[in-house]
Design a protein around this ligand. Sequence first.
Ligand SMILES: [Zn+2]
Length: 240
Amino acid sequence: MVDADFLAAFMDDDLIEQLNGMPTSIVERAREHFERKYSFSLRGNSGQERRHQKQRQGTDIDEIFKEVKEELDRFVGIKNELRCEVFIDRSLQGWEGRYDPNFLYIDVGYQPRKSGLSTPASQMTIVLAHEYAHHLTFCALKPVPQALFSTFIEGVAFGLERVAADLFTKKYASSAFQHFALRETIDLLEDFESVRQLSASPLSVSSYACHARGNALFAVLESERGQDIYRQILHGEFKW
Ligand SMILES: [Zn+2]
């Protein structure tokens, strides 16, 4: 099961050290992996842009959240007893989300963007998957003191976002989900590399960088070892 020793290996300081020591070529390899997957999701085998045969149109938050929860609970194999509620916060931009680990709720924004092939419903699905991943992490590894583990927490959330994108892409025969999640992964990998190149000093613990750091580390691990790492982590079975 998950214990303090297991969790201690995921503290920001240690993960940042790992990232600082990671050669650019390894991060590039991860980027190529997701770029391949991304262009496959856009074009499929035939090289033709895919059509959305069974496009999900509805954007009822409660309905989409129920599906996200079902898919991710099944994937990680955890029967989650702690309830997690979702609220709409109109002050948030786009489909931005926020998870509150103390009161166990998710706030999401409500202004769908037109973004290539991704649709409002697919954007909402992926944002909710990210925030629900935070809920799963906090419940499975409780208590997780957020400040010291931001790289880990964000990395797992982006990972489970990609898992949800794959599951929904299959379920709805639509690449809209992967389009949104994989584009985000690739953008964050590029951010990570440009921050590394710009700053002579190693990556700092502070700032938004936890998204870029967490995404980079887990994108590398996932491209080498597959998506099962997220299930292993939430069961305390992951080994470095
Ligand atoms: Zn997050």
